[in-house]
Ligand binder design. Structure first.
Ligand code: HSE
Length: 414
C-alpha cells in the first residue's frame, strides 16, 4: 500500500478523492498496490463527507508523516503551493500537481529537487486538463524532434470564440454566458488575456525541447479585441478564429506565441469547439498527431492527476527521467516570426486597394454589405515588415484624422 495526501479540496482535489474511491480496483491493478488517501489539507472542514476524518489544517502534518509518499497539489496559485510542494519534495515525497502556474514558474527547480531526492514531480493535469499530452511527450514521442506544438489550450476562451462564431454573439455577451455557466473565472483576465494559454504552451515547449522556458519570453495576446464583425468576415472567408498557443521549433530557432489566429476549415484544429481543447504536435519523423478532449473540469482534470499518482506509485523508489534542465531556451523575437494577416481597413476597396497592394503586395479582398470598410488577407510577412507597412498605411489616414487599420488577426489559411 502507498499513502497519499491531497492539498486543496476544491474542484480538482475533490475529483481526485472521488476517483481514488470509485476506481479503486483499476488504480490498484495499474499501480501494483493500493493507493490510500490519508490526509486532505484544506482551511475548511467538510463534515458529513467521506473525507471528513482525513481533513488536516496544517501542512506540517503531511510533511512530517513518513507514511505519506505521494502529495497531490490541487490548490492552484503560487502561495502556499510553491513552498508546500518544495518542502514535500525535499522531504522525499513524490508530488503530483494540476497547477500550471506553479509548473511554469518553478518547474525547473522542482524537477531538479525531485531528481536529487529520487522521487517524481508529475504535472500531466497542468496542460489540457484530462487530455494526455505531457506523458506522450516524454514517452511515446521521445525519439522525435518536435517541430511544432500548436494548441487550443484554454476552454473558456474557446467557448467564447465558438459562441461568437456560431451564434454571432459579441465578446462581452459570450463572456457573460461563460461566467454564468461557471467556465470563466469571476476575474477572467488570465483566460481572456491569454496568460493561462501562455503558461501551458511554455510547459509544452519545455517538455518538447528539454530546456527551461521563461513564459515571460512568449509574446501573448488575448481575445478581448476580437469582435462579432471579425466573425462576419470569417464566415464569408470560410474561416474561424481560435486562440492558439504555439511553438515552432527549427533547430535553434524557436518561435512561440499566444494569439488569436484565423484558420480555414482544413486546419486540424478547426473542429475544436466549445470548452474542448485540442493540441497538434508535429514530430520530424512521425508527422502530425492530434490530442483532443476536455481541457478543464473536475473529473477530466482529476483523471490526469490519477494517472500521475499511478506512475508515482509504480516508480516509488526512482525518479522517472522527464521534464527539462536549467538550460534556458532562447525564444526568437516576435517581430522575426512570419504570418499571413487578416486586416480590416476603413474606406472602400475601390478607393484604397491600389495603396494597400503597393504596401502589402498581393492580397485577397473581402467586402461585407453595409460596412464603411473592407478587409484583406495578406501573403506571408514577418511581423516587423507587417508593422512597418501597417504604420505607413495608417499615416495617410492619420493626416485626415481617421483610423485606417481597424483590426489585424494573424492568419493560417491556405
Ligand atoms: N481556465 C482554464 C480553462 C482552466 O478555461 O481552460 C483549465 O486550465
Amino acid at each position: 500500500m502507498i499513502q497519499a495526501a491531497i492539498m486543496g479540496y476544491g474542484t480538482i482535489g475533490s475529483g481526485v478523492a472521488e476517483i481514488l474511491e470509485q476506481n479503486q480496483a483499476e488504480i490498484t491493478r495499474a499501480a501494483g498496490q493500493n493507493v490510500a488517501l490519508k490526509y486532505v489539507l484544506d482551511l475548511r472542514d467538510f463534515p458529513g463527507t467521506p473525507i471528513a476524518d482525513k481533513i488536516v489544517h496544517e501542512f506540517k502534518v503531511i510533511e512530517e508523516d513518513p507514511d505519506v509518499q505521494i502529495v497531490v497539489e490541487t490548490m492552484g496559485g503560487l502561495n502556499p503551493s510553491y513552498p508546500f510542494v518544495k518542502a514535500s519534495l525535499e522531504a522525499g515525497k513524490h508530488v503530483v500537481t494540476s497547477n500550471k502556474a506553479l509548473v511554469a514558474a518553478h518547474g525547473t527547480e522542482l524537477l531538479a529537487i525531485a531528481k536529487k531526492k529520487g522521487v517524481n514531480f508529475f504535472f500531466e493535469a497542468s496542460v489540457g486538463g484530462g487530455i494526455p499530452i505531457i506523458r506522450p511527450l516524454y514517452r511515446c514521442l521521445k525519439g522525435e524532434k518536435i517541430e511544432e506544438i500548436t494548441g487550443i489550450l484554454n476552454g473558456t476562451t474557446n467557448y467564447i470564440l465558438t459562441k461568437m462564431d456560431k451564434e454571432g454573439e459579441t465578446f462581452e455577451h459570450a463572456l457573460k454566458e461563460a461566467q454564468e455557466l461557471g467556465y470563466a473565472e469571476r476575474n477572467p483576465e488570465a483566460d481572456v488575456e491569454g496568460q493561462d494559454t501562455c503558461r501551458k504552451i511554455a510547459i509544452l515547449t519545455a517538455m518538447a525541447t528539454g530546456k527551461e522556458v521563461n513564459y515571460e519570453d512568449i509574446y501573448t495576446e488575448g481575445i478581448t479585441k476580437i469582435t462579432d464583425v471579425d466573425f462576419k468576415y470569417a464566415e464569408k472567408l470560410g474561416t474561424s478564429v481560435k486562440l492558439f498557443g504555439s511553438s515552432r521549433i527549427q533547430g535553434d530557432e524557436v518561435h512561440a506565441f499566444v494569439a488569436p489566429v484565423m484558420i480555414g476549415r482544413d486546419h486540424p484544429l478547426y473542429m475544436v469547439s466549445d470548452v474542448f481543447n485540442g493540441i497538434l504536435v508535429k514530430g520530424n519523423m512521425l508527422g502530425t498527431t492530434m490530442y483532443y478532449g476536455s481541457g478543464a473540469g473536475k473529473l477530466p482534470t482529476a483523471s490526469a492527476v490519477i494517472a500521475d499518482i499511478i506512475e508515482a506509485a509504480q516508480n516509488e523508489k526512482q525518479n522517472v527521467p522527464m521534464g527539462w534542465t536549467d538550460e534556458r531556451l532562447e525564444i526568437a523575437e516576435m517581430e522575426t516570426s512570419a504570418h499571413r494577416y487578416f486586416v480590416r481597413i476603413a474606406g472602400t476597396a475601390a478607393e484604397k486597394l491600389a495603396e494597400v497592394t503597393t504596401l502589402f503586395g498581393e492580397v485577397t479582398v473581402v467586402e461585407l454589405d453595409g460596412l464603411d470598410e473592407f478587409a484583406v488577407l495578406t501573403g506571408k510577412l514577418t511581423e516587423a515588415a507587417f508593422q512597418d507597412m501597417a504604420a505607413k498605411l495608417d499615416q495617410g489616414y492619420q493626416a485626415a484624422g481617421e483610423d485606417g487599420i481597424r483590426q489585424m488577426i494573424r492568419a493560417e489559411v491556405e
